[in-house]
Design a protein around this ligand. Sequence first.
Ligand SMILES: Cc1cc2nc3c(=O)[nH]c(=O)nc-3n(C[C@H](O)[C@H](O)[C@H](O)COP(=O)(O)OP(=O)(O)OC[C@H]3O[C@@H](n4cnc5c(N)ncnc54)[C@H](O)[C@@H]3O)c2cc1C
Length: 380
Amino acid sequence: MTADCIVIGSGIIGSFSALALHERGLQVAVADRGGLAPGTSRSSDGNLLCSDKSVGPMLELSRRSLDLWERFATHYGNRCEYDPKGSTVVARGQEQAAALAEHVTTHREAGIDCEFVDSDWHRLEPHLGPDTTAVGHWPADAQVQPMLACYQIARTLKDGGVPYRFYEEITALEPDGDGVTVAFSGGERWRAGHVVLATGVWSNELLAPLNLEIPVRPRKGHICVLERGDVTVNSKIADFGYNATTEDTSGDESTVQTAAIIEATRSGTILCGSSREFAGFDRGVNTDTLRRIMADCIGIVPDLARLRVMRAYAGLRPFSLDGLPIVGPVDVGGRVIVATGHEGAGHGLAPVTAELVAACVADGDSHPYGGVLHPGRFRT
Ligand SMILES: Cc1cc2nc3c(=O)[nH]c(=O)nc-3n(C[C@H](O)[C@H](O)[C@H](O)COP(=O)(O)OP(=O)(O)OC[C@H]3O[C@@H](n4cnc5c(N)ncnc54)[C@H](O)[C@@H]3O)c2cc1C
């Protein structure tokens, strides 16, 4: 098999990257050692957010990516429960309210549509608890069903003739001046002009033998799924403290951080998250962490205490050392393009990442965020 580009990994980053390359007229093939999106992408809540980003490159990327999500749903049809339902960030106490007001002001100055609401917030979210002091509202933030997004893209690409190879591991990459040979565990070898490594927290398994490691580590997170009930959650509701946990790049091994983030799904269940910890590659569910998550969420929306937890799961966010995604070529010839390090924003940032990946493959080493996201920034 030969192709212009082989995308390794069928999670949300690999899926959107393959779509962007296909849209550019390149011959693409996708491979994953599991089925479709068996990694972190199936553990996400699917929030597409600007509200939790400070002003800077992550906010800029998120805003661009939200526009691209809307374009995707309009152009290909909305079969992934894409819903621009907005998000509501909750402050408890005067100190938090002042910090939230400041956050809203900086976002508005950056051109983001949002408002600070210090009274009558029950018109937005009727079940917010008595500790609420003020809320911030971001009407353009959105949500998707994370797996349906991967399925929709796979269906589109398969209809367009893109081959998918599942349940066989890629064991080696052999880049040279003209392209890359990809070796499968069964002995088959594929050849392409470029390889996109959308392999999330497992990226270094293929990069280490080439001495091309990147600083990406698994940061575990848990989600509880609550049964359907009479508690209305209109938008994505988050504790203002959640922002600090998403942007924390200290790499602290000793703590499990939790902060409330709550949203309803199309089926009526409610997702309650979330936690952050460094626990290696362990994806086991820890009941103490679930208890802490539920206590946090009930602190924001007390009526959630009426609902039972149906199930819970954990996944591994691809954490990068400086909190920014790692997108671009890693080998001397520029044939192996990595796309990972999105931590808790891989769904949000997938379309904009795919644009950058496609630019790297089609145009060589340069892309609009070159210095900021380029893997070479970590080399001394
Ligand atoms: C609890 C939790 C909540 C989250 N909530 C959100 C959210 O609300 N919004 C948001 O934007 N993000 C969220 N995220 C983050 C998001 O899920 C990730 O950033 C995103 O899924 C990363 O996607 P990916 O495609 O890079 O990785 P993955 O989905 O992990 O895909 C990597 C793929 O590579 C394959 N692979 C690896 N090695 C090989 C190999 N050698 N050969 C073949 N295949 C290989 C794997 O099988 C896997 O399918 C959340 C994450 C967690 C854990």
